[in-house]
Design a protein around this ligand. Structure first.
Ligand code: URA
Length: 311
């Protein structure tokens, strides 16, 4: 009966077979083993090096004579290298997005460019079906405060504007209670197209569309972000913790590599739809406390009393 080997045993046997236990024939001129000496494993009939077998050596460029033991016939059956489906899409952030923030009109122009590019290239929204239109986001291009929700719902899909349904009316109340107007802030969602039946966005949808939200954050450069609900908080803060534990605690949005932008403080709070569903004094008091903290972060004094949210 064939003996079942552990992965470690398979790899150890693989190392022995391909000459990582160095033998004279496997050595290159510089005394390294065949991989270090510049013999591409594929050329020797081997699969591409795995993270483990690729040793990161600089190599010498001197090709060693292929060792007969590197032929496929002598190859042990190594543990298969499984390419796991990735939930991330490579997203190329344009230099204009990564660079220093411009003035208000430059930021507005950048947002318009991002919106057009999103519509034509977003891996999720260009392939998603069932929505009527895209809902990019709206508001002051140089807003100090940005609100981030999850995805458009029915009313947003119909109008092309974020947060205009019942949850949007609640968000408007929250913004007014803060002593701000809707046009003073920027409002966007993680997903720009409505998920079927308003379901929670899937990881691959977020991975495809989410980078465009990152671009919006970079374009607006708010002083603080308020995330509305769990999915928005998870994406913006890169955490898995649930919203009921995270709300009211300062988190951080970390810019992508190469961005000339400081990390931005994030205040997670409940989604306005949750506030409507769970209309308790405690939930409203917690949301108001989160909004007050966000106001303080951008250097504004909160109004003494917020009737719409707290009452
Ligand atoms: N819920 C969201 O998360 N975003 C909207 O735009 C509307 C409802």
């Amino acid at each position: 009966m064939q003996q079942r080997l552990t992965v470690a045993q398979v790899l150890a046997r693989f190392d022995r077979e391909v000459g990582l236990e160095v033998t004279p024939r496997a050595r290159g001129a510089a005394g390294t083993n065949a991989f270090d000496a510049g013999v591409a494993p594929e050329a020797a009939g081997l699969r591409a090096p795995t993270a483990r077998s690729s040793m990161g050596g600089t190599g010498t460029g001197v090709a060693a004579a292929p060792d007969s033991r590197l032929t496929p016939t002598r190859m042990p059956v190594a543990a298969p290298v499984v390419a796991r489906p990735s939930a991330t899409h490579a997203h190329a952030y344009p230099a204009a997005v990564l660079g220093p923030a411009g003035d208000s009109s430059a930021r507005a122009a950048l947002l318009a460019e991002i919106e057009a590019r999103h519509a034509s290239t977003c891996p999720h929204c260009t392939t998603a079906t069932g929505h009527a239109q895209l809902v990019f986001g709206e508001g002051a291009a140089s807003a100090e405060l940005m609100f981030v929700g999850e995805a458009p719902g029915e009313a947003e899909d119909r109008t092309g504007r974020p947060f205009v349904g019942a949850a949007g009316e609640k968000l408007d109340e929250m913004i007014r209670a803060m002593g701000l107007r809707r046009e003073d802030v920027y409002v966007a969602n993680v997903l720009k197209s409505r998920p079927p039946d308003n379901r929670t966005p899937m990881p691959d949808e977020v991975a495809g569309c989410g980078p465009f939200l990152v671009e919006q954050i970079l374009a607006v450069r708010p002083r603080a972000i308020v995330t509305l609900g769990g999915p928005a908080t998870k994406f913006v803060c890169g955490v898995e913790t649930g919203i009921s534990r995270l709300r009211g605690t300062w988190q951080t949005w970390t810019p992508p590599a190469g961005a000339s932008c400081e990390p931005i403080p994030v205040m997670p709070t409940y989604h306005p739809a949750y506030v409507l569903r769970t209309y308790t004094k405690q939930v409203r008091a917690e949301v108001w406390s989160d909004l007050r903290a966000a106001l303080a972060k951008i250097g504004r004094r909160p109004p003494e009393r917020a009737t719409a949210v707290e009452a």
